[in-house]
Design a protein around this ligand. Structure first.
Ligand code: AP5
Length: 208
C-alpha cells in the first residue's frame, strides 16, 4: 500500500506515520526528515536547504522531486510506503503520478488554533528525530530524550515567525492538493484533533 500524508504543519503527520509504519508494515519517508538529516551531515544538499527550512519556505520542486525519486528506487520501498510531507505542490504531485501508484491520500484536518499549540510546544531529539510535546506528549525527564537522555531542542522552524510563514506557504502551495486528490478519488479526510491512537484507528478504519 502506498499512502500520502497531507496536511498543515503540526497536524500530526509524523506522529501518526511513526505509529502507522509499525501497524501497517510500511516504510516511512518524510521529506522534512531527509532534509534535516542532510543538514546534520553537512552534505551539499544540506548546505543548500538549511536556510530555506529555517525560514519555513519550500525547497525548490526539482531538488525535492529528485530526492524522493532516488529514495523510492531503494529496495525497502518495494513493499509500500507512507510519503509524509510530499507532495506539497501541484508540480510535485504531477511528478509523483509518474513515479508511483497511490492507494490513498490521508488529509489531516486540524484548526489553526490547535496547530499553533502543537508547534510551539514541540521538542525534538536532534540525533534520533524522536518528537515530543511539552504538554501533550512530555518526555519522562523534562528536556531529555527518553532513550538516549540527550537534550531536546526546539526546531528553528517552530519559532513564531517561521510557523506563521509555514502556515501561509501551506495555504498557498499545498492546500490546492486537497481538491487535486479529491478529484482523483484518493482523498480520505481524518479528524486530527483526537489522541494519536484515535487518529490512527480512524485512519485504519477509513482505509479499510
Ligand atoms: P516537515 O518536517 O515535513 O514539516 P511539516 O509538514 O511542517 O510538518 P511538521 O513536521 O511540522 O508537523 P507534523 O504534521 O509531522 O506534526 P508532528 O507529528 O511533528 O518539513 C519541514 C520543512 O522541510 C518544510 O518547511 C520545507 O522547508 C521542507 N520540505 C519538506 N518537504 C518538502 C516538500 N515536499 N517540498 C518542499 N519543501 C519541503 O506533531 C506536531 C506536534 O504535535 C508534536 O509535538 C507532537 O507531539 C504533537 N502531536 C501530534 N499529534 C498529536 C495529537 N493527536 N494530539 C496531541 N498532540 C499531538
Amino acid at each position: 500500500m502506498n499512502l500520502v500524508f497531507l496536511g498543515p504543519p503540526g497536524a500530526g503527520k509524523g506522529t501518526i506515520a511513526a505509529l502507522a509504519k509499525e501497524r501497517l508494515s510500511l516504510l516511512h519517508v518524510s521529506t522534512g526528515d531527509l532534509f534535516r538529516s542532510n543538514i546534520k551531515e553537512k552534505t551539499e544538499l544540506g548546505k543548500k536547504v538549511e536556510q530555506i527550512l529555517a525560514s519555513g519556505n519550500l525547497v525548490p520542486d526539482e531538488v525535492t522531486i529528485e530526492m524522493v525519486r532516488e529514495r523510492l528506487k531503494k529496495d525497502d520501498a518495494e513493499n509500500g510506503y507512507i510519503l509524509d510531507g510530499f507532495p506539497r505542490t501541484i508540480a510535485q504531485a504531477d511528478a509523483l503520478k509518474e513515479m508511483a501508484k497511490l492507494d490513498a491520500v490521508v488529509n489531516f484536518v486540524l484548526s489553526k488554533e490547535e496547530i499553533l499549540k502543537r508547534l510551539s510546544g514541540r521538542r525534538v531529539c536532534k540525533s534520533t528525530g524522536r518528537t515530543y510535546h511539552i504538554i501533550f506528549n512530555p518526555p519522562k525527564v523534562e528536556g531529555k530524550d527518553d532513550e538516549t537522555g540527550e537534550d531536546l531542542i526546539q526546531r528553528d522552524d517552530d519559532k513564531e515567525d517561521a510557523i506563521l510563514n509555514r502556515l501561509d506557504v501551506y495555504e498557498k502551495s499545498t492546500a490546492p492538493l486537497i481538491d487535486y486528490y479529491r478529484a482523483a478519488g484518493l482523498l480520505v479526510d481524518i479528524d486530527a484533533s483526537k489522541t494519536p491512537e484515535k487518529v490512527l484507528e480512524e485512519m485504519i478504519a477509513k482505509l479499510g
